[in-house]
Design a protein around this ligand. Structure first.
Ligand code: IPD
Ligand code: CA
Ligand code: CA
Length: 289
């Protein structure tokens, strides 16, 4: 797919995310839990559902042949090779409690003729502030990340002991206990940790240099598809491995110095193995890869 075609997907994602964020903002008073999902503390509200319905409706109207993976709806198959990955509200618990960190996340993924799927564009729109994080290719095909139109760049390398690390905890109590134990091992080795409540925004904070790293086990593709691309395009390395609880473990931080974080995450007990696997090369993503 050409950079211009991917750019059109990014434009659509941004238009739809703006409309979706307006819906969430308009309905932010008196929010109640509609149901719980993976555990009693994993809520969904009517606003999550209404937001995802709006996103699906708009995408289907503009591009009826695309597939959709959304957190609150059934997987929709497509025929175009494009799949949209949607988290209607990332940070639902914050939204429920009136806390600011929550965002609409929409990513576009393209599967090539060889069957390789690549996220090519992504939008994370922070609802209360309207801040727009976007990853999209320029005319040269290189994916670039912006915050409200301004280029994003990760923070310069710091010693591990001076890094501020974002993290999150599972909705599953047993896994949370293991995450807590691993965190107790990591905490003395870093500057401090933050648990802000939105995986997508945490990754965007890495992208803009407001966190030195982020790690979490138990995330899902819709949490990080868009924001992972934003972070990578801003100079971060984004790795997915297996966590101590057997679920996906995301580790992200500036490319320069990433290995120190990677090793510390393993040594602290977040991952399935204590020995950190060697890191292969990592490249800046470009459209059409
Ligand atoms: C959650 C948030 C949270 C993270 C959880 C996610 P949701 O997404 O990203 O920060 O810790 O792992 O599930 O449920 O608010 O869409
Ligand atoms: Ca989420
Ligand atoms: Ca969600």
């Amino acid at each position: 797919m050409s950079p211009a075609e991917v750019g059109a997907l990014a434009d659509l994602a941004l238009d739809v995310a703006r409309e979706a964020a307006a819906l969430v903002r308009d309905r932010s008073e008196g929010v109640t839990v509609a149901a719980t999902k993976s555990s009693d503390v994993d809520p969904v509200t009517e606003v999550d559902r209404a937001c995802e319905e709006l996103v699906r409706r708009r995408l289907a109207h503009a591009r009826p042949d695309d597939a959709v993976l959304g957190e609150e709806g059934d997987d929709l198959a497509g025929t175009s090779g494009v799949r949209w990955i949607v988290d209607p509200i990332d940070g639902t618990v914050n939204f429920l409690y009136g806390l600011p960190q929550h965002a609409v996340s929409i990513a576009a993924e393209v599967t090539d003729d060889a069957g390789t799927a690549t996220v090519v564009a992504g939008v994370v729109l922070e609802v209360p502030t309207g801040t727009e994080y976007v990853a999209r290719p320029d005319a040269d095909g290189v994916v670039r990340a912006t915050r409200d139109g301004r280029p994003l760049l990760v923070r310069a390398r710091a010693p591990l002991a001076q890094r501020l690390i974002g993290t999150g905890f599972s909705y599953d109590a047993a896994l949370r206990a293991r995450q807590g134990a691993a965190l107790a091992a990591l905490l003395p080795r870093v500057r401090d940790v933050r648990r802000l409540g939105s995986c997508a925004l945490d990754l965007c904070l890495v992208a803009r240099g407001s966190l030195d790293g982020y790690l979490e086990e138990g995330t899902r593709l819709w949490d990080h598809a868009a924001a992972g691309l934003v972070a990578r395009a801003a100079g971060a390395r984004f790795e997915v491995t297996t966590g101590v609880g057997g679920r996906e473990l995301v580790v992200c931080g500036p490319e320069d110095g990433f290995e120190d974080l990677w090793v510390a995450v393993h040594e602290s007990g977040f991952a399935a193995t204590v020995a950190a696997p060697a890191l292969g090369p990592s490249g800046t993503p470009s459209a059409g890869e």
